[in-house]
Each structure stands twice: as C-alpha cells, then as structure tokens.
Design a protein around this ligand. Structure first.
Ligand code: ADP
Length: 607
C-alpha cells in the first residue's frame, strides 16, 4: 500500500515535470526552430513512456486482457508514428503548419486499435473462442473508420484541394472518433464495478480530454495561431500522460484473480456470456454495413460539396461496401460455424450422459442383485458342503450296496455341479477371489487366452486370429481375472460361431486415448439383445449349457480394474466386445494408432 502511494507520488511528480517543461518551452523559448524542435521532440518521446506503462499489463496468460493492453499500446505506437512524420515535415522539411499534410491519417487511425481494445471487453472471462473473430472485428472497425476518413477528409486533399476544409474535416472526424472511444469506455464503466470500472472511467477521461484537445487545436487553427509549440497542445499532452497513468494504476491495483472474487466485486456483471459480446459486435458490424447506403444517399441528395467531391465520395462508398460486406459475411460464417461446433459438442455430451446413465443403471442393478444373490449363495453353501461331504462318504463306502453307491455318486455329481454354480454366484456377488494386481502386458494375456481354446478347435471350421499392437503400454490388473474375462468372451464367441457353422474371431489390441483397448469381433450371428447380455441370468443357451452369469461377472471384474466393457452387433454381421483398461503411465508417451496400422503390426494366427 505504502509502495503504491509512493509510486502515485512519483507519477504526479512526472506529470508536473513534463507539463511544466512543455509550458516552459511554450512560454520562455523564443518563437523559432528551437522551440518547434523541442516541443515536437517532447511529443515524439511521450508515447514511448505511455507504451511502456501500458505494456506492463500485457504480461498475462488471459488473452482478452493481453490483447486489450496490446491494442491500447499499438494505438499509442501509431500516434507516435504520426507524430514522427509530423516532426519530420515541420522540423526537417520546414513545411508551414497550415498545410495539407497526408500523414494526418495516421493520427486519425491511432484511435482505431484503442476502440478495438474496448470491444475486447477485458473484464469478461476468457473463453476459447476462435481468434479469427477478433481479426474480423478489428478489420471491420478499421475498414469503417478508414472509410469515414477517406469519405470526409481525403477529397479535400486530392480531389478539390482546400486546406481549411481539409483541416476542419480532419478535426471533426477525429474528434468524433475519440468521442466514440470516450463514450465506449464510459458505457463499459457503467456496466462494470470495481477494478475494471476504475480503468474504464480513466480511459473515458483520456478520450474526453483528447477530444477536448482536438477542439482547442481547432480553435487555435481558426485563430490561425496554432503550431505544435503552442499551449493549445496541453490537453493532448495531458491525455497522453493520463493514458500512461491508467497503465500504472492497472499495474498497481490488484485485479481479482479468482472467479468468485470477480463475481463478488460485480466485475462479471451483466452480459458475461460470450454470446452477448458477439451479439454486440455483430450489431455494430450490421450498423456499419447499413450506414453505407444511407451515407451514399445523403451524399447524392443532401450534400452541398462540389460535384467532383460528391462523385469521389459515392465511389468511395461503393468501394467500401465490398470489404465491409465481405468481413460482415465472414463474421456471419464464423458465428454459424461456432454454433455448429457448440451444437455438436452438446450432442456429444448428451450422448456421453446417456451412456453414463446406462452404465450407472447397470452397475446399480448388478450391485443390488449381487447383494441378494451373495446372501442366498452363502446360505446354500453351508448345507451344500454337508450334502457333498455325506454323498462322498456314501459313494466311497464299500460296505453299502452297488445300487445305493450309484445313487450316492449321482448325488455327489449334482452337488458338485451346484457348488460350481454357487461359486459362480459368489464370484458375481464379488465375495470370491481376492485380487492381486500387477503391471501386465495385455498382449501376452490375450494370446494365452486364445491359445487355451486353440487346441479343441481343431477339425472345426473356426479360427481365432490375434492381432496385437507392438509397443502398447502395460495395465495394472489381476492376471487371473483378466484371463477369466477374455476366456469367457472367447468361449461365448466360439459357441455362437459353432451354432452358425463356423467363422473367425479376431482379437485386436490397441492404444487409444490413454487406454489399452481389446476388441473381440466374431463372425457369428450376433447377439439377440445386446442390451441384456450383461444382465445376470440372461442366457440364450439351452438348460445346462449356460447360467447367464459369465458376462455379468466379466462386467464386474473389468469395472474392478478401473476399465469399461461394452458390446455391439456390427452392421455387416457378428458381435464385437470392447474392453478398455487404463494404461499405466510410462516415461515415453505412445502415439495413438489407427486400427489399420495395428492390424498390420503383429498379426498372429492361432488357429
Ligand atoms: P452364458 O454364456 O452362460 O449364456 P453370458 O453372460 O456369458 O452367459 O452370456 C449371456 C448371453 O449373451 C449368451 O447366452 C448369448 O446369448 C449372448 N452372447 C454373449 N456373447 C455372444 C456372442 N459372441 N455372440 C452372440 N451372442 C452372445
């Protein structure tokens, strides 16, 4: 705080020094080359300091704020270039001051980037909108103000040369332009509070004093007493110093960094949504385009300027319609594209939401059924163990008759089957095997699972092709559980293909968006109802062949490893099961590969 106060004193002292030096030059240096040179050089140097003060704030990651300060500084650079040209003409070429000076256009144009800076609305949060928007908006602003200048001022320079008309037209459009800047800053100040309100109020002050300066210069010219070394320039000097002060104030005052703080101070006030900003500039673009025929009409019917000037102005108006129209349409096109992108993004998020909801429902369903089944399986397990034990005793007892032993063996067989089923139920209810996780190479496990089935497929019209991608990262999982999942999916596919007289099961592995993906695609008849296959007890297999628990267990196991499992029927026929497992991060990132590339990488035919 103390530091800030001290630097304000420094700023005030610098103000008094510069203004004092200028007034001293005007008052005490005798009229002549020395006075003109000194005052002009001072005006050339001041924008340099202003630039420095403004650019201090441009070091920020926020593109809105960065562009805002850079555009203000760019305006200053243009002003300085105009001043250097002027100084060259007056001091070096000794041109009389009241002359037709073509470099005036630079003085005029220097305010355009400053108006563009305001359209950035740096008080808003930065969104990820296309930077092309800003170029187009800037182009529109520049084109329109350039058109105004060429329309109003240039005819008096090149069509019907007239010093007085030229200077008056220049001063009027420049004053209007700076008034627009001041009004824009005042408008933004009314819309905001806190930090940014302060900045906008100061900028409105800068614009107002600059406009006032232009009016006093006009007054001086009217009195034919104007030169760069007269006191008429003091307001312009003050406006430059004030602009530098804005940069210093912005640097000294802490800007609220968090969104919460900004909201508290009301700086994200009305119209925060980025579309408000774009609607605002879109309206300006429309107005700029619509103003052309109106100005053209006034030129033809209402203007009292000489015929040559009117012809020139109509030509300029027609010429301006082209770039302005092009930019307005380009902007329209950009807005359309942006809307399409947003629409697509919202569709995507709705799809994701739906998928998430389905997965959530599935997990909930499995969890509640799992609880019920787990409890029941525990209860069944105890008497079952007794049945199995006693039936084994009976079946192995040589003292009892053949017939009774046969019956005991049948009881033992059925009890074992039931125990298998109960074990399945327990593992579905997640009360079975504890897991031992390790970093695993999925390619090896996939190949092993496929090999398990390879032998008993001999003589059948069924093949399993494994296409593993080389260099995919490892996953962290329980090897037995992964083997169980892969074997179950392969067995299902083989069963489905056996039913349809043969086929090919292709197993592919790949790396995609941080996940190791395993795809099982068979050429069987496809699933009857893909939405039901993960439901417990859903089976289309005959009694004794399937329990309908395999895939529900797989679902739980894959989820336990932090992965996802899904399935779909391919349009060309056959079912595909897709498993995604999170890859273990490695020191060397793996480039994502396309399926085609992976298929080529390591095709291993297993049957
Ligand atoms: P089960 O194999 O005991 O029937 P699962 O949960 O493993 O239980 O499978 C459930 C059902 O999903 C199967 O009965 C079958 O209808 C269907 N299914 C699974 N994989 C395939 C496949 N590759 N092709 C066709 N249907 C399949």
């Amino acid at each position: 705080m103390k530091l800030a106060l001290r630097s304000y004193w420094h700023v005030a002292a610098a103000w008094f020094l510069v203004v004092g030096v200028y007034i001293a030059i005007c008052e005490f240096v005798p009229i002549g080359v020395g006075r003109t040179t000194a005052s002009n050089l001072l005006f050339c140097l001041i924008p340099l300091f202003v630039n420095g003060a403004l650019l201090l704030n441009a070091v920020t990651p926020d593109w809105r704020k960065r562009t805002f300060w850079m555009l203000l500084a760019f305006g200053c650079v243009l002003g300085m270039s105009g001043q250097i040209l002027w100084t060259y003409a007056v001091v070096y070429q000794h041109r009389p001051v009241l002359n037709l000076f073509g470099g005036d256009i630079i003085f005029f144009l220097h305010t355009v980037p400053m108006i563009a800076a305001l359209t950035m609305q740096p008080h808003k949060r930065s969104d990820d909108r296309n930077i092309l928007y800003d170029y187009v908006d800037f182009g529109l602003l520049l084109c329109w103000w350039l058109y105004v200048y060429v329309f109003a001022v240039i005819p008096w320079l090149i069509v019907a040369a007239d010093v007085r008309n030229y200077i008056h037209a220049h001063e009027i459009v420049t004053a209007l332009e700076n008034l627009a800047f001041a009004a824009g800053a005042a408008f933004l100040a009314a819309k905001t509070t806190g930090y940014w309100r302060k900045i906008y109020i100061h900028l409105a002050g800068v614009g107002a004093i600059y406009t006032f300066g232009l009016v006093t210069i006009n007054f001086g010219i009217d009195r034919a007493a104007y030169s760069m070394s007269e006191l008429y320039n003091v307001p312009l000097l003050i406006s430059f110093l004030w602009l530098a002060t804005v940069g210093i104030i912005a640097r000294q005052t802490a800007e609220p960094t968090t969104k919460a703080a900004a909201e508290k101070l009301g700086e994200l006030a009305a119209g925060d949504a980025s579309q408000h900003g774009s609607a605002w500039t879109a309206n300006l673009a429309r107005m700029a385009l619509l103003s052309l025929p109106l100005i053209g009409f006034w030129c033809m019917k209402g203007s009292v300027a000489p015929a040559a000037v009117r012809d020139f102005r109509i030509l300029v108006t027609l010429g301006a319609a082209l770039p302005l129209g092009f930019l307005a349409f380009l902007r329209h096109d950009l807005v359309n594209r942006e809307r399409l992108r947003l629409l697509r993004a919202s569709h995507e998020s709705i799809d994701n939401l739906k998928r998430l909801q389905t997965q959530f429902v599935q997990s909930e369903k499995l969890a509640s059924i799992g609880q019920l089944v787990g409890g029941a399986a525990h209860e069944i397990n105890n008497p079952l163990t007794a049945i199995l034990g006693y039936s084994e005793l009976l079946a192995d007892d040589p003292m009892i008759g053949e017939k009774t032993r046969g019956i005991a063996e049948k009881i033992r067989e059925q009890a074992r089957r039931t125990r298998g089923l109960v074990n399945n139920l327990l593992s579905f209810a997640r009360q079975a095997p504890s897991e031992q996780r390790a970093t695993l190479d999925v390619n090896t496990i996939v190949t092993t699972s496929a090999q398990f089935r390879r032998f008993d497929l001999r003589g059948q019209n069924i093949r399993i092709e494994v296409q593993t991608s080389a260099g995919i990262p490892e996953v962290r999982a329980d090897m037995n559980q992964l083997l169980q999942v892969f074997t179950n999916i392969i067995n299902n596919a083989v069963y489905a293909m056996q039913e349809s007289g043969g086929g090919v099961l292709t197993v592919r592995t790949m790396f995609e968006k941080g996940n190791v993906v395993i795809l099982f695609s068979d050429t069987g008849p496809g699933m009857r109802d893909p939405n039901l296959v993960f439901d417990p007890f859903y089976t289309t297999k005959p009694v004794g062949k399937g329990t309908g628990l395999g895939l529900s267990i797989c679902y739980g196991l894959v989820r336990d490893q932090g992965g996802q499992i899904s399935c779909y029927n391919r349009p060309e026929g056959g079912a595909t099961f897709r498993i995604e497992l999170p890859a273990v991060p490695t020191a060397f990132p793996f480039a994502p590969r396309s399926v085609g590339a992976q298929a080529r990488s390591n095709p291993a035919k297993l049957a």
